[in-house]
Design a protein around this ligand. Structure first.
Ligand SMILES: Cc1cc2nc3c(=O)[nH]c(=O)nc-3n(C[C@H](O)[C@H](O)[C@H](O)COP(=O)(O)OP(=O)(O)OC[C@H]3O[C@@H](n4cnc5c(N)ncnc54)[C@H](O)[C@@H]3O)c2cc1C
Length: 324
């Protein structure tokens, strides 16, 4: 996502500026692929280039550099979005698990307290779809990354966002702290949950790698992030097959849910989707057959996800080169 907002006040709350994003490799054998990736990104309209110099404290064989990527404080961003929902007349109920979904017209949702909610449209955006009449789960694979974070002296800031698939994957970024130093966030040691991974050993490897490259870094927080990916790598966004006309799903973001969430709103918002279907006189694809969106030709600003489906229902977004 490029660092540019067009009158979208809630998003500004969490915005911490733009930085270049690098997908790098230290193995010289991977340079050809990185060059090709840079070329493909440029051809897709991104401000991308192949480089060998980065802000990392170690040499790389090469990297794809994409300029001006927006960085957010995710919680502030979320608070901004939540405030916007309330300002537009919506209400948010935290700690409320939805247990059943009747996909009629209107839809009826039952919560774990027994309360019910009626809604004209429902979007199942629960990461892994909790209502899944189409067995989408069979097309989703799970992976988990370990994450460590802690303060870093500002002088060691690598001035960018970095990711590599090498060495069990490493993703490095920093965010501003109030005292002028930076919060270093490093993820890696990716694994498939349930396959017996020794997570303590994984945290130890991640911490050792980080300490080696960023002396002065201390771990203050650690957690694990679980993401799901679609077997053909493209997120599933659109009407939920097998669930009537008013239920939508968004899943399979492969670790790109913040950008993917924006894509969901841009591509298949229930009300505008219904409107645009009617306006175009288009038909809804069979429930069992998710479709690819036709390539978008036109006026999307450079750097925004290329995907909107003019026929709605199923949108397949272009996947970024690697997970964050
Ligand atoms: C260090 C790090 C860096 C990242 N960097 C990026 C990045 O640069 N760009 C990017 O796009 N993404 C990035 N991500 C990934 C991004 O944060 C996730 O993909 C995103 O948060 C997933 O959002 P989601 O809404 O799909 O799922 P979630 O955030 O998991 O939200 C799902 C919600 O559904 C609720 N829920 C589940 N079941 C029920 C139920 N039955 N009833 C009611 N509610 C239910 C859950 O409680 C939860 O609140 C990063 C992640 C990490 C950890």
């Amino acid at each position: 996502m490029r660092g540019r907002f067009v009158g979208d006040a809630p998003c500004r709350d969490g915005y911490t500026g733009v930085r270049p994003a690098y997908t790098y490799g230290r193995d010289p054998d991977g340079v050809g692929a990185l060059r090709a990736e840079a070329g493909a990104a440029r051809a897709a309209g991104l401000d991308a280039s192949f480089v060998t110099a980065t802000g990392l404290p170690f040499p790389v064989a090469g990297a794809v550099k994409v300029e001006d990527q927006a960085q957010f404080h995710p919680l502030k961003y979320l608070r901004g979005l939540a405030a916007d929902i309330v300002a537009r007349g919506g209400s948010i109920h935290e700690g409320t698990r939805v247990t059943t979904l009747d996909d009629g017209d209107p839809c009826r949702l039952t919560t774990d307290s027994g309360a019910t909610v009626s809604a004209r449209h429902v979007v199942v955006a629960t990461h892994h779809p909790v209502f899944d009449h189409a067995l989408l789960a069979a097309r989703l694979t799970q992976h988990r990354d370990l994450v460590i974070a802690g303060p870093l002296p500002a002088g060691l800031d690598p001035h960018g966002m970095y990711v590599t698939e090498e060495g069990g994957k490493r993703s490095v970024r920093t965010a501003p702290l109030d005292n002028g130093s930076r919060l270093l966030i490093v993820t890696g040691e990716a694994f498939t949950p349930g396959e017996g991974e020794d997570t303590e050993a994984g945290y130890a490897r991640l911490q050792a790698w980080t300490g080696q490259h960023f002396p002065g870094f201390t771990v203050t927080h650690r957690w694990a992030a679980q993401d799901n990916s679609v077997t053909d790598t493209l997120p599933l966004i659109g009407r939920l097959p097998g669930s009537g006309q008013n239920v939508y799903v968004a899943t399979g973001f492969a670790g790109w849910g913040m950008t993917g969430g924006v894509l969901l709103r841009r591509s298949s918002p229930p009300s505008s989707a219904a409107r645009s279907n009617r306006a175009r006189g288009s038909t809804t694809p069979p429930d069992s057959a998710p479709r690819c969106a036709p390539p978008q030709s036109s006026s999307r600003p450079s750097g925004t996800p290329a995907s909107t489906s003019s026929r709605t229902t199923w949108t397949r977004s272009a996947k970024a080169p690697t997970d964050p």
